[in-house]
Design a protein around this ligand. Structure first.
Ligand code: GLU
Length: 471
């Protein structure tokens, strides 16, 4: 799947990187050093299943080690290959840098169709994969920390954590060897929704910049804006749900594997999601019009198109027909390099993946911090903050000589819990990242668009680190 019509996924990522590097003044060879994938390991391992052995192929690419641990998800997909893993690892390096998460990029994949295996078999395979990663130094809280990605989830992360803990019983920080774990196994509140939540915060931030809105031919806020989302997996589902239910956007199209649903009045993301869970497809859903050729729905007019599935879905083939005003890249690499060029010429505003889908790794960073500190966020200060709030309420009430409005009072009296803190940290991260990209865009006339600006921001920060390293 990484072989897309124009360039391969990896070539696309590297070309976008080069465009940014050429607009910067870097010491000779440094751009190449930053761009090059440091190491990639292919593992073939046998797993005893159903009285016989099955051989699996997996990869873990460590794109960079300028900051440790290296971080990035593990993908379970039948089409996974080494090049795709390398491209995704590179994107991890850049996205961590853009949102000031102090990790380098890594990515892993296992060539497998998880739907073909029982839960027990998947556990066995995942534990074996964890052993392989561990014995090659590709797993550990200070060296390489996987997370969920396409085809993997919380449960698999808890198996990896457990396996690592068994292999390293003396490692006090063992649980920090992987993120995206269930909360009862050392995970953090808000991690499941984090990438989708980050997409929502990134789009909200875009709406706070009138000049950006103007260049996308938009005005106002998210209320009533027409959105088409491709992919109702973890990322697409949460992003669409929050934008619809909390910001009042209209989800006028949802594209899935079997086809698309379109409805000018707006679909209920939750209802479509539940229907898909039950029936495994969108066809037959009670409202909206079903289109068998789902991919064509990418080309329908809308304010914001959110590709939240695979890489390379917008290429030079369909880019000329895209009518969205904004493309919010929730997936990794959904637009190819050649497709990107066409979209830019058409004046479509792109909020790039290296920034917009960084919410997942940002909250992974919070989880890792929680694991290292061995304490839940808010545990030490919640009551203290509540006591401070109570003092403020007393002072105000005695000053105005009447009780405060009950809602305002309740807000002041409530100390933050873990979910509130995670959301607040994520929102702050997404706002800051957007502003930093915009700043580098406006300060360098050679940089023409936000994708290039995002790459330039990553390169500048990594170059600064290399500058103080002795190689
Ligand atoms: N797989 C996610 C991504 O592509 C999350 C990675 C992580 O949390 O380390 O960003």
């Amino acid at each position: 799947m990484s072989q897309i019509k124009d360039l391969s996924f990896l070539e696309s990522v590297n070309k976008s990187f080069n465009l940014a590097a050429e607009a910067m003044d870097l010491p000779k060879g440094l751009a190449r050093q930053i761009r090059t994938c440091n190491a990639v390991c292919e593992m073939k391992f046998g797993v005893e299943l159903n009285g016989g052995y099955e051989i699996f192929t997996g990869w873990r690419a460590t794109h960079s080690e300028h900051a440790l641990p290296a971080k990035g998800g593990i993908r379970y997909a039948p089409f996974a290959d080494q090049q795709e893993v390398e491209a995704l690892a590179a994107l991890m390096t850049y996205k961590c840098s853009i949102v000031n998460v102090p990790f380098a990029g890594s990515k892993g994949a296992l060539s497998i169709d998880p739907k073909k295996y029982s839960l027990e078999e998947l556990e066995h395979i995942t534990r074996r994969f964890a052993q392989e990663l561990d014995k090659r130094g590709l797993l550990g809280p200070g060296i390489n920390v996987p997370a969920p990605d396409m085809g993997t989830g919380q449960r698999m992360m808890s198996w990896i954590a457990d396996e690592y803990q068994k292999l390293h019983p003396n490692e006090i920080n063992a649980r920090a060897c992987v993120t995206g774990k269930p909360v009862h196994c050392g995970g953090v509140q808000g991690r499941i929704e984090a990438t989708g939540r980050g997409v929502q915060y990134g789009i909200q931030e875009f709406f706070r910049h009138p000049d950006d809105l103007k260049s996308a031919n938009l005005e106002g806020n998210l209320e009533g804006k027409k959105i088409i989302v491709q992919g109702l997996g973890n990322v697409g589902y949460h992003a669409a749900k929050f934008l619809e239910e909390e910001d009042g956007a209209l989800i006028v199209g949802i594209i899935e594997r079997d086809g698309a649903l379109v409805c000018e009045e707006g679909l209920s993301t939750e209802a479509v999601y539940q229907y898909k869970l039950e029936h495994g497809k969108l066809e037959g859903f009670a409202s909206g019009r079903y289109m068998k050729k789902g991919k064509e729905a990418l080309e329908l007019p809308c304010d914001i198109l959110i590709p939240a599935a695979l890489e390379g879905v917008i290429s030079k083939e369909n880019a000329p027909r895209i009518q969205a005003r904004v493309i919010a890249e929730a997936a990794n690499g959904p637009v190819t390099f050649d497709g990107d060029k066409i979209l830019r010429e058409k004046g479509i505003f792109i909020i790039p993946d290296t920034y917009l889908n960084a919410g997942g790794v940002t909250v992974s960073y919070f989880e890792w911090l929680k694991n290292l500190s061995h304490v839940r966020f808010g545990r030490m200060d919640r009551r203290f903050v509540e006591a401070q709030g109570a003092k403020i309420v007393r002072l105000i009430e005695s000053g105005i000589d009447k009780p405060l409005d009950p809602k305002a009072k309740a807000d002041l009296l409530k100390g933050p819990d873990e979910l509130t803190l995670v959301r607040s940290g994520l929102e702050d991260t997404m706002c800051e990242g957007y502003q930093e990209i915009k700043e580098i865009h406006s300060s360098n006339p050679k940089i023409k668009d936000r994708r290039t600006a995002a790459f330039a921001l990553a390169i500048r920060k990594i170059a600064d680190i290399y500058d103080s390293m002795y190689l």
